[in-house]
Design a protein around this ligand. Structure first.
Ligand code: M6P
Ligand code: ZN
Length: 193
């Protein structure tokens, strides 16, 4: 259970600032550094080196106060910074919903990709401001910054969905997004070149 007020929440007016990447009123703010990305990047030597060289922030997640509770509909803004680790573009850890539920992402600024994997098939959606990426139930999802500016998107998801990170560590994501001369290149998950 979350630390928030008893259910149901009262109606709420929430202001989205796409430039600042904030939702007001604010809920929890999560900061994920390189050291929080265990098992995510293929090149573990580059991953260790990045931790030693300042442990940079890879992405942040700013949430509204709507709690992750059954029947609620939480929202968050994720900001993924530009960069790569051993050529693999900065990305979220990625997760599967233990309670198979859909989710939508809306691109706010920068350019990115929404990588989905159902255990057999992978699917990539190019994301930009104004693009909605729909994640159907049963598809694990990871977001990637493919540009030179921060990539930022709004997520809206059922509060009962949950986050299973081990699923991604066990099953992978089907493909990896690598830096390429003309932006990015998707390669098989087992390969990093
Ligand atoms: C989006 C939503 C959140 C998620 C966040 C970061 O904002 O899907 O539920 O937490 O992205 O992704 P991850 O949890 O995989 O690090
Ligand atoms: Zn999700």
């Amino acid at each position: 259970m979350s630390a928030f007020a008893s259910l149901p929440l009262d109606p709420l007016r929430i202001v989205l600032d796409a430039g600042a990447g904030t939702l007001t009123p604010e809920g929890p703010l999560l900061t994920r550094r390189m050291s929080d990305m265990t098992g995510a990047f293929a090149d573990t030597a580059a991953w260790r080196q990045a931790q030693a060289a300042g442990d940079p922030v890879v992405y942040t997640v700013a949430s509204s106060p709507v709690p992750e509770e059954n029947r609620e509909l939480p929202q968050s803004i994720t900001t993924i910074y530009p960069g790569d680790c051993g050529g693999e573009l900065y990305m979220t850890k990625g997760h599967q919903h233990p309670d198979a539920q859909g989710e939508i992402y809306l691109g706010l600024s920068g350019v990115g990709g929404l990588l989905m994997f159902d255990g057999e098939r992978s699917h990539w959606i190019d994301m930009a401001p104004g693009v909605i990426g729909y994640i159907p139930p049963g598809w694990a999802h990871r977001s990637v910054n493919v540009g030179a500016e921060p990539y930022r998107f709004l997520a809206v998801y059922p509060g009962c969905a949950g986050h299973d990170y081990d699923w991604v560590l066990r099953n992978g994501m089907g493909r990896r997004a690598m830096r390429a001369a003309d932006g990015y290149e998707l390669v098989p998950f087992g390969s990093s070149s």
